[in-house]
Design a protein around this ligand. Sequence first.
Ligand SMILES: *Cc1c(COP(=O)(O)O)cnc(C)c1O
Length: 369
Amino acid sequence: MTNEPLLLTPGPLTTSKATKEAMLRDWGSRDAAFIELTARICRKLESIAGVSEGSHICVPVQGSGTFAVEATIDTLVSKRGKVLVLINGAYGGRIAKICEINGRAYTVLETDENTPTDPNQVAAGLAADPDITHVVAVHCETTSGILNPISEIAAVVAAAGRSLIIDAMSSFGALPLNVDEVPCAAIVASSNKCLEGVPGVGFAIIEKEALAVSKSNATSLSLDLYDQWQALEQTGQWRFTPPTHVLAALDQALIQHEAEGGVEGRGARYQKNCQVLTSGMRELGFKTYLSDTLQAPIIVTFHLPEDKSFDFGQFYDKLQARGFTIYPGKLTKADSFRMGCIGNLTDTDMENAVAAVAAVINELGVVSL
Ligand SMILES: *Cc1c(COP(=O)(O)O)cnc(C)c1O
C-alpha cells in the first residue's frame, strides 16, 4: 500500500483508506440494510444537487459514467426527439456518438477545445430548429479542464422551452450545481470523480415530471432508467445485480464529503490544489493550455515542452516511480499532458508532485520549457 502512487488523474482517483476499507464486507443485495444504503446514497446525491422540494430524483445505474450518460439520453429523449449536443472536447463528442448509436436525431454546436460554449449561439441554434427537444451540455469538459457557463446555458434552454441534460461527471460534488438555480431535466455523474468513491456506478438526478413520461423511450433494457426507477420505487431494490462494494464505498465517501463541508469544502480544497499545482508548474516553466479564467479546478492541461530531450513516455514513467501518476493529453490539436487536482489529495501532495516534476525534468536534461 505504501508505494501505491497518488493518482493525479480525473478518475479513477486516489481514495481514502476509510473508503477502501468500506469494501471489506459482502452485502446481500436484497438485504434490508443494503436497501437502506442505496436509498441513503440517493437522498444524499439529491441533496448535493440542491433538490429541495422533491422536484428531481436520483436514479443510479451500474457501470462507469458513460453508462449513466447513455442511459439518461436513451431514457429521456423520445424516439421522435432531437438533441442539440454542445461540444468542446472528447466527452461532448462522445455524447454525439451516443445519440448516433441510440438512433436519436441530433445536431451539434462545436467550439474549439479552449473556447467555452457561447450561450447566445445555443439560443440561436434553438430558435433556428424547433425540432430540438433536448440540449446536452458538459459542465467541466475534462478533455482540457475547461468550465462551460452552465447557468447561462440552462437559462437560454429554459427560455426556449427545451430540456437540458448536464454531463457533470467531473464537477459534481465540487462545483456548485443546484437544480433550483440551474433548470435541467437531469444532471449525470458517477461515483469515482469529485465524490471520491471507487468506479462502478453512475447516476442521474432526474426531474420527476420528465421521468414520469419517459416509459418505453429506452432502446436498451439494462440502461432504461425509467424501469430502474420503477423497481427502486416499488421494492427499494436494483433490477439487476448492484455493485454492492462500490456502493458501500460511495456511502463512506459521502460521509467524508459531508464532513469536509460538502460542495463548498471540497471545491475549496480542489481550488487550492489547482493553485499550488498551476503556480508551481509555471515556476518550472510549464505553460497551461487554458487561461486561468477558463480553468475549472479539476484537471489542468499543460503544453508538452518543446525541448528535444523531453520524452513523454520517460517523463510519465519517472513520475510514476516517484509516486505520481499523471494523465496523457487527449486534445485534438495541441500536444499536452494533464494533471488532476481531484481525489483524496492535499496542497502538500501537489507541492510534492511539482517537486517530483522538477526532479524528473532535471534528470531528463530538459532545459527549455
Ligand atoms: C469521466 C467523464 C465521463 C465518463 O467517463 P467514464 O470513463 O465512462 O466514467 C463523461 N463525461 C465527462 C465530462 C467525464 O469527465
